[in-house]
Design a protein around this ligand. Structure first.
Ligand SMILES: C[S@@+](CC[C@H](N)C(=O)[O-])C[C@H]1O[C@@H](n2cnc3c(N)ncnc32)[C@H](O)[C@@H]1O
Length: 293
């Protein structure tokens, strides 16, 4: 997403994001499995340090809660960096225990308002997807710049799913409405997975490297006329609760391309993938160590 898009957002968007976040599940939000991996990597990187600084890119409530859970907030200074204060406020609602010590910084990830070598750890959940392919090197270079030597960047980052070429709205509606009827999924999970599959498939319908539901909106309106009331309800929920998603785009690349970029600025210490949700295989968590430039 270009930073421009985020400068003058529709004022209703925050309410919608809060509602949508409340109903969202993994992969959009980190799962319990993801949190466990994040926790392990965080402890490995700063568990034994005293008085360190941690930067969270964005305002992911699960990461903010995790820092508190480990009692780390006593010995670390925590900073949140986002272009939008409203987004941070919207996410506050989902943080288990509010942390008055968090410093909220409004700024661009591509030009961070911090000195060189300021942080021991940078965390970001699915942040790369928000940065255009053209800006990714700049973004990774900025993270590298603000990290102390041997500082860590821990991030869950999705990559393209070649299998998604064959996903269709119709197949997703059939599959997940059946799972719901068989009590294998809750309603919000069925909605999330239909959305996830068309989202992944959109990559193959858009100009290279872009994920956007723009070209699938027509299919969704068509599906509103389905004779099946459950399918109609799933589609109506997607169009009502997630309409802001249809106006945005994100960037993707293949796993080897992503790894190659990471390796320019970081050493790969560990990569681990949660196994507690569908499609977790395209969202590994990377534990990266700053490479001296
Ligand atoms: C889809 S949201 C959620 C992202 C992340 N998963 C989280 O939980 O915070 C994307 C967020 O990234 C922020 N964002 C996107 N590009 C940015 C940039 N260049 N600099 C700072 N914040 C940015 C947006 O303002 C928004 O709050």
């Amino acid at each position: 997403m270009s930073s421009k898009k985020f400068k003058k957002p529709d004022p209703n968007i925050w309410k919608q994001i809060t509602v949508a976040w409340g109903k969202a599940c993994s992969p959009s939000r980190p799962s319990l499995g993801d949190i466990k991996i994040y926790g392990k990597f965080i402890l490995q990187s700063i568990g034994k340090k005293k008085n360190c600084r941690v930067l969270i890119l964005g305002a992911t409530p699960e990461l903010r809660s995790l820092i508190l859970k480990y009692g780390l907030s006593k010995k670390i200074d925590i900073f949140l960096l986002d272009l939008n204060l409203e987004m941070i406020r919207a996410m506050d609602e989902f943080v288990e225990i509010p942390n008055s010590k968090e410093k909220r910084v409004i700024g661009d990830w591509l030009s961070m308002p911090f000195k060189n070598e300021y942080f021991d750890l940078v965390l970001g959940d699915e942040v790369l997807i928000n940065v255009s392919l053209a800006n990714r090197n700049k973004f990774l270079m900025e993270i590298n710049r603000v990290l102390k030597s041997s500082g860590a960047f821990i991030t869950r980052a999705s990559h393209e799913n070649p299998l998604a070429k064959k996903f269709t709205l119709e197949k997703a509606l059939n599959k997940y409405s059946n799972y719901y009827l068989q009590n294998k999924l809750k309603f919000n999970q069925a909605v999330n997975y239909v959305l996830e599959e068309i989202f992944q498939n959109s990559y193959f319908k858009n100009p290279k490297g872009l994920l956007s539901l723009k070209f699938l909106e027509k299919d969704c309106y068509k599906a509103l006329k389905s004779p099946n009331p459950l399918k109609r309800l799933i589609i109506k929920t997607i169009l009502d609760d997630y309409s802001s998603l249809f106006k945005q785009s994100w960037s993707w690349e293949s796993r080897p391309q992503q790894l190659k970029k990471f390796k320019e600025y970081f050493q790969i210490k560990e990569i681990e993938t949660a196994r507690d949700y569908l499609y977790s295989y395209i969202l590994p968590i990377y534990y990266l160590i700053k490479k001296l430039q």
